[in-house]
Design a protein around this ligand. Structure first.
Ligand SMILES: [Zn+2]
Length: 384
C-alpha cells in the first residue's frame, strides 16, 4: 500500500506559493487524471499545530508566519524571494502537517508520498529560497521520536535530489551522528545556497570539520543520466553501510532538463540508467527501510507534474510507459505541448562532469568518505 497525502485545502494553500503558483493544482490533477489515486491510498493531511512547528522553528518566527497580518521582515527572511503572501499561515500549517501526516502513515505502510513537502531551505528562524517551513527537518525529528516495535532505534537517511544543496536539513543535523544526510546538487561559488557544507566534504578537512553523516555530491553544470549513473553506486554504498530504517527522498525536479534554471540535464524515464525514475525505482526496491517521498523545487510546472505523476506510478509498482499521453481532461492540457506525453527528455546541454571530475568524486568517496562512515558506525572494541 502506498499512502498519498492530498486534500483540496492542501492544494488550495500550496498553490498560493509565490514561486510555484498553481503547481500543486497541476501536479495533483495530473496524478488524478492518470488514475493513480485509484490505486494509492489517499490520506488527508492534518494541519500542523504550533506545538508541532515549535519542535524546530523558533517562537519569534512562528509569531510572524502564523499571523494573518504579517508584514515583510528582513530579520525572518520574509522579503525578496520569500515574500509574505495571502494564506501564509495555512500554507505553513498544511505543508508541515502534510509531511508529518505522511510520517505517521509510515507506521502502517512502507511508502508514503507528499509532493507538497520537501522545503529544504527553510531555517529555524527564517524563510529562505522559496521555503517557509522546514517540513523535512520536522519529518526527521518526528521519525526519531517514533518508537515502533520493529524500530526501537530509528536510523534515518535523508537523500536530496534537488538541483540545490539541502542546506537547512544538512545543517540541522550536522555533527549529530544520528541522521545521515546526502545531497546531490550543483555547487559553485555564489550559487544558491551558499553553504560550507555544499562542496565535497572530506575527512581531515579543517573547516568545516568533517562529519561522516553529512555528505555531499556536488556536480558540474549539464549533469545528465550518465553522470548520475556514475555516482549512483556511492549512494547505494552509503545506504548499505548506514542501513537506515527510514529513508526520506527529497525529489526536487529542478535538476531535470527544461527547468528554467537550465543548470542540469537530467531525464525522467526508467529506461535510461541513472535517470530520476531509475533513482527512485532503485531506492524504493533495493534500499532498506521505509520510504517517504517528498517534493521540492521545480519551476516548470507541467514537468513537475509529469515527474511526480511518473514517480507515483513507480511507487505503486506499476510504472506508466513514458509515452503515455496526457489525458485530454487534464485542466491545463495545452501546457504539455509539443509532446503531450509523460516523458521529460534530456536536452542538448553539454555535460561538464568530465571523467576526471567523476573519478575524483568516486575515489574520494570510496577511499575516504565511506571508510570514515564505516569507522563511525562500527562499534568500538572495549578498551582493556
Ligand atoms: Zn531547488
Amino acid at each position: 500500500m502506498v499512502i498519498y497525502i492530498v486534500s483540496s485545502q492542501l492544494v488550495e494553500a500550496a498553490s498560493r506559493l509565490p514561486s510555484n503558483k498553481n503547481r500543486s493544482k497541476i501536479v495533483h490533477s495530473l496524478v488524478n487524471s492518470l488514475g493513480l489515486l485509484k490505486t494509492a491510498q489517499v490520506v488527508r493531511p492534518v494541519p500542523a499545530t504550533a506545538r508541532e512547528l515549535r519542535e524546530y522553528h523558533s517562537d519569534d518566527y512562528l509569531d510572524v508566519v502564523l499571523d494573518d497580518n504579517a508584514l515583510p521582515s528582513t530579520l525572518h527572511g520574509l522579503t525578496d524571494d520569500c515574500p509574505v503572501f495571502p494564506g501564509l499561515p495555512s500554507y505553513v500549517q498544511l505543508v508541515a502537517g502534510a509531511t508529518l501526516t505522511a510520517v505517521k502513515a509510515l507506521q502502517i505502510t512502507d511508502v508514503a508520498i507528499c509532493w507538497d513537502g520537501g522545503r529544504h531551505h527553510a531555517q529555524k528562524s527564517a524563510a529562505s529560497g522559496f521555503c517557509y517551513v522546514a517540513d523535512c527537518v520536522l519529518a526527521i525529528l518526528a521519525m526519531r521520536r517514533v518508537k515502533e516495535i520493529h524500530y526501537p532505534r530509528p536510523r534515518i537517511m535523508y537523500i536530496d535530489l534537488d538541483l540545490h544543496f539541502s542546506d537547512a536539513v544538512s545543517q540541522a543535523f550536522y555533527l549529530q551522528n544520528s541522521v545521515l544526510t546526502l545531497s546531490i546538487h550543483h555547487a559553485s561559488p555564489g550559487f544558491f545556497p551558499v553553504s560550507p557544507l555544499a562542496p565535497l566534504q572530506l575527512p581531515n578537512q579543517p573547516d568545516p570539520p568533517f562529519d561522516p553523516f553529512t555528505l555531499s555530491i556536488p556536480l558540474q553544470p549539464g549533469a545528465s543520466c550518465s553522470t548520475y549513473m556514475a555516482v549512483f553506486p556511492l549512494v547505494q554504498k552509503v545506504a548499505e553501510v548506514f542501513a537506515p530504517t527510514h529513508i526520506i527522498v527529497q525529489c526536487g525536479v529542478d535538476a531535470l532538463s527544461e527547468d528554467p534554471h537550465a543548470m542540469f540535464n537530467w531525464s525522467l524515464s526508467l529506461d535510461h540508467p541513472g535517470s530520476m525514475g531509475f533513482y527512485i525505482h532503485r531506492i524504493l526496491t533495493t534500499f532498506p527501510g521505509k520510504k517517504l517521498l517528498l517534493g521540492g523545487g521545480g519551476y516548470n510546472s507541467p514537468n513537475a507534474a509529469r515527474a511526480w505523476a511518473y514517480l507515483t506510478s513507480i511507487a505503486l509498482s506499476d510504472p506508466l510507459p513514458v509515452n503515455t499521453e496526457i489525458p485530454y481532461d487534464h485542466p491545463v492540457f495545452p501546457l504539455y505541448g509539443p509532446s503531450f506525453t509523460l516523458d521529460v527528455l534530456e536536452g542538448t546541454m553539454q555535460d561538464q562532469n568530465t571523467p576526471e571530475y567523476l573519478i575524483h568524486i568516486i575515489d574520494s568517496f570510496t577511499k575516504h568518505v565511506i571508510p570514515a562512515l564505516e569507522n563511525a558506525i562500527t562499534p568500538k572494541a572495549p578498551q582493556c
